[in-house]
Ligand binder design. Sequence first.
Ligand SMILES: Nc1ncnc2c1ncn2[C@@H]1O[C@H](COP(=O)(O)OP(=O)(O)O)[C@@H](O)[C@H]1O
Ligand SMILES: O=C(OP(=O)(O)O)[C@H](O)COP(=O)(O)O
Length: 403
Amino acid sequence: MKTIDELLSEGVAGKRVFVRADLNVPLDGTTITDDGRIRAVVPTVKALADAGARVIVASHLGRPKGAPDPAFSLAPAAARLGEILGADVAFAEDTVGEAAESTVSGLADGQVAVIENLRFNAGETSKDDAERAAFADRLAGLADVYVGDGFGAVHRGHASVYDLPKRLPHYAGYLIATEVGVLKKLTDDVQRPYVVALGGAKVSDKLAVIDQLLGKADRLLIGGGMAYTFLKAQGHEVGISLLQEDQVPVVKEYMERAEKNGVELVLPVDVLVSTEFPDLKTKAAAHPTTVAADAIPADQEGLDIGPETRKLYASKLADAATVFWNGPMGVFEHPDYAEGTKAVAQALVDAPGFTVVGGGDSAAAVRTLGFDENAFGHISTGGGASLEYLEGKTLPGLAALED
Ligand SMILES: Nc1ncnc2c1ncn2[C@@H]1O[C@H](COP(=O)(O)OP(=O)(O)O)[C@@H](O)[C@H]1O
Ligand SMILES: O=C(OP(=O)(O)O)[C@H](O)COP(=O)(O)O
């Protein structure tokens, strides 16, 4: 994989450099609640700009449906990038249209522009190769060189991640180099006990990685929205909790295999439930109740792990030599459902071994809940990406940079 240092030594002054970043930051309206992913790409953007490149930063944000949707605009992220760089950052209100073209052609050497959300275009995420290729061709028309630095999206075979680098000279940015360097340690020489904690809301994506983890981890702690498919597989009712019903048979098989392989699979023993999802805007008191994990009422939704589970999970992390954690234990954005995530974060801080937190929301959670970033071994910008890396999968965005 060629790195940005090679690009810089070849010289980039005057060249249009397309930086595929992951600026998929949590937003409250247009306010960025955690800018970690923007800060993470700054070393690459700054090095290119300082060397006189005309830098085009591109990213997805959220999951819009292939058409413009103002709720998912990258404008707030572009503004924040400008603040961090201490420079004007131009913003193009489309991705490959007239606005993008004129913004890019108006860049002077050393200037930076952000183009609008890649996923406002159906071609970005299309499963149809020709549709993706057509979009990648248009993106390629904007630039001379490609730098891949959106680690959080390298597990996606999307046009800007996979097809575009095939069309331009391509290099890995500093963030990707750092992330891969750290995660390699967890695959090459993992210290045991190795504990993996999984939660969050992207249940179907992340259930798939458990297949491989059952051959690698010593202990798996399951929380967040992930837990309910496991509780259902154990034969319990889960009310209106997040559930991946079609995956229940698969999860049953995981549970049997864990037992056979001697992997400790730990599930919540109690959960916080409510009849409704909390209001994340007003943060109005939610008044949840604590129930045993096998007694979730039919009209209630599990929104955090309960106090007994917090203690249990902390005890399972207390002797860990390696920890990988992805996915909040509950809806941490609301204070009534943040305690589970806090407890697991604190247990990582207290664990004797090397700890990695991965994922946009997990990283945001530890910072917004007041933890010191330096108390963790590594905070990865990618959840799904780091999990798939640990699984040993070929990640499209890394493979494309290697070719
Ligand atoms: N029990 C739950 N029910 C619904 N959503 C949940 C639950 N627990 C956690 N979440 C949500 O999961 C989201 C993060 O999930 P995910 O995107 O998978 O994590 P990451 O970005 O760290 O990879 C958070 O917004 C959180 O509110
Ligand atoms: O937030 C992300 O992934 P993560 O939640 O697994 O960390 C990335 O920006 C990828 O987004 P996607 O899962 O919508 O492709």
